[in-house]
Design a binder for this molecule. Structure first.
Ligand SMILES: Cc1ncc(COP(=O)(O)O)c(C=O)c1O
Length: 287
């Protein structure tokens, strides 16, 4: 596992982040998860743009931006050397006084980790995921906007923990009025009457880079795609449901609350997974 930290590439164990960092104390920071596949960093510039937008939205001045940030990621990926890996790029508010006021945090921290990540084991992916509808709800877009990829993941952590303790693979998160948002670390798609549908960010979905790529790949196939509100009923009645994410990849959902979804075939998810390799090669940055 290689890490970029304060303009230096080294081992994760050498890094020392202060216990007074507001990222640790209050979840005050933003991050990106980026897929490395086929020796390329997938849609690197789009991830950096999203990080910059998240940082701007919370008034955090990134220590590096644009091309310099891209170079830091590519250098870390090169040092790690693996053609299939995962990048975690994190910016925190930095060290400050105790208390939520970030005014005393004058030096934000930035670090980049490149490592392998297996969000779901191979046998679970092969069978399809068993999702549990969580009793936890995704915060509304007018509370903590889901477009900000912040370090505040406690809701997601608790939903995942609860699902795992009850024997499920992941949780389905609804918003406060019962609309589908996403899973704990991935976006969600449903195939309904041949149309690929995903919930809008206004309902509480992160604007995922993989989600966007899936919509584009499907549109390139000349097939209909839609971004609209979905209920739990829509998923239970769908022909196919799957998740997308930099960590998750594209993974089928076999059941929700023990109700099987569609047939066992899940053809669209498989077709997109096959197309994804070629798409990633066209939209990845070599290191
Ligand atoms: C809550 C959440 N939704 C969706 C995603 C998928 O986004 P992306 O495809 O950009 O990785 C992630 C990825 O980390 C996530 O944490």
């Amino acid at each position: 596992m290689k890490v970029w930290y304060r303009n230096h590439i080294g081992d994760a164990r050498e890094c020392r982040i202060s216990i007074l960092d507001h990222g640790l104390l209050y979840g005050d920071g933003v991050f990106e998860g980026i897929r490395i596949t086929g020796g390329r960093v997938f849609r690197l510039h789009d991830h950096i743009a999203r990080l910059e937008r998240s940082a701007r939205a919370i008034g955090l001045e990134l220590p590096l931006r644009g091309a310099a940030l891209a170079t830091a990621v590519l250098d870390t990926a090169r040092a790690n050397g693996e053609a299939e890996a995962y990048v975690r790029l994190v910016a925190t508010r930095g060290v400050g006084e105790l208390g939520v006021d970030p005014a005393s945090c004058v030096e934000p921290e930035l670090f980049c980790i490149v490592a392998s990540l297996r969000m779901f084991p191979a046998e679970v992916r092969a069978k399809g995921l068993r999702l549990l509808t969580s009793w936890l709800r995704r915060p509304a877009a007018d509370m903590l906007d889901p477009q900000v990829k912040s370090l505040n993941y406690l809701n997601n952590v608790l939903a995942k923990r609860d699902a795992r303790l009850k024997g499920y693979d992941d949780a389905l998160l609804l918003n406060s009025i019962g609309r589908v948002t996403e899973a704990t670390g991935a976006n969600l798609f449903a195939v309904i009457d041949g149309t690929l549908v995903t919930p809008p960010t206004a309902d509480g979905a992160l604007p995922g880079i993989t989600r966007d790529s899936v919509l584009k790949m499907r549109a390139e196939m000349g097939a209909p795609v839609e971004c609209r509100s979905l209920t739990r009923y829509d998923l239970l009645a769908a022909d196919e449901v799957f998740l997308s994410g930099s960590g998750a990849g594209l993974v089928s959902v076999a059941s929700i609350d023990d109700t099987p979804i569609g047939s066992d075939a899940r053809p669209l998810c498989e077709q997109l997974r096959e197309t994804y390799g070629d798409y990633a090669a066209r939209h990845g940055v070599a290191f």
